[in-house]
Design a protein around this ligand. Structure first.
Ligand code: AMP
Ligand code: ZN
Length: 119
C-alpha cells in the first residue's frame, strides 16, 4: 500500500530506529536528522515517516504531509539560526539529479555561500 514502510529502504529503517541517526526533530508525520556526509555546516534531512519514492509522489498522495516537511524545514532553519541569512531546501528527484535514496527527503543546507545555479 502507498506510504507503507519498505523493507529495503534506508530511511524507513531510520524512522523505525533500526539504523541510528542524529535526530534533530520529530513530529507525528515527519522525522529530521543530520546528513551523514554534510555538504554545508548545516545539512539536515527532513523526511515523511511514510514511504514515498520522491517529494512529488508524496505531494500527490499526501499534500498535507508534504507541507509538514516544508514547515519543519523552516523550523530547523530557525533553530539553526540560519533563517535570517538564508538557506536552501533541495529535493533531488531522480537518479539523474543525484537522488540516491528513494524515500522522499528535503535537504536543508546553510552556513556557507550557496552558489546559484547549483551544480
Ligand atoms: P540524495 O542523494 O538526494 O538522495 O540524498 C541522500 C542523502 O542521504 C545524502 O546526502 C547522504 O549523505 C545521506 N545519507 C545516506 N545515508 C545516511 C545515513 N545513514 N544517515 C544520514 N544521512 C544519510
Ligand atoms: Zn522508505
Amino acid at each position: 500500500m502507498a506510504g507503507e514502510p519498505q523493507a529495503d529502504c534506508l530511511f524507513c529503517k531510520i524512522v523505525a530506529g533500526e539504523v541510528p541517526a542524529t535526530v534533530v526533530r520529530e513530529t507525528e508525520t515527519t522525522f529530521a536528522f543530520r546528513d551523514i556526509n554534510p555538504q554545508a555546516p548545516t545539512h539536515v534531512l527532513v523526511i515523511p515517516r511514510a514511504h514515498y519514492p520522491d517529494a512529488v509522489a508524496l505531494a500527490v498522495a499526501e499534500p498535507a504531509v508534504a507541507a509538514d516537511v516544508l514547515t519543519v524545514a523552516g523550523q530547523i532553519a530557525e533553530e539553526e539560526k540560519v533563517a535570517g541569512t538564508g538557506y536552501r531546501i533541495v529535493f533531488n528527484t531522480g537518479a539523474g539529479a543525484g537522488q540516491t535514496v528513494f524515500h522522499a527527503h528535503a535537504h536543508v543546507l546553510a552556513g556557507r555561500g550557496l552558489a546559484w545555479p547549483p551544480g
